[in-house]
Design a binder for this molecule. Sequence first.
Ligand SMILES: [Zn+2]
Length: 72
Amino acid sequence: MKYSYVSHLYCPKCGNTFDTKKKHQLCTCGSPLLVNYDLESIKENLKPETLKNREASLWRYHEMLPVEDKKM
Ligand SMILES: [Zn+2]
């Protein structure tokens, strides 16, 4: 199971895509970047029971965060 289901960042204005490994805030065209999730994988792997058993913190939903681990 992957830690993050964020697949990439993308620009809604010009369609540029960016790797989530680097910390991008803005596209080269100046537009804020949006996060694209791997929704198919989330549906297959993320079950409500799994979330229920996690600590009630932001990291409960780490699959929805654009990070690969807690250190970032
Ligand atoms: Zn752009």
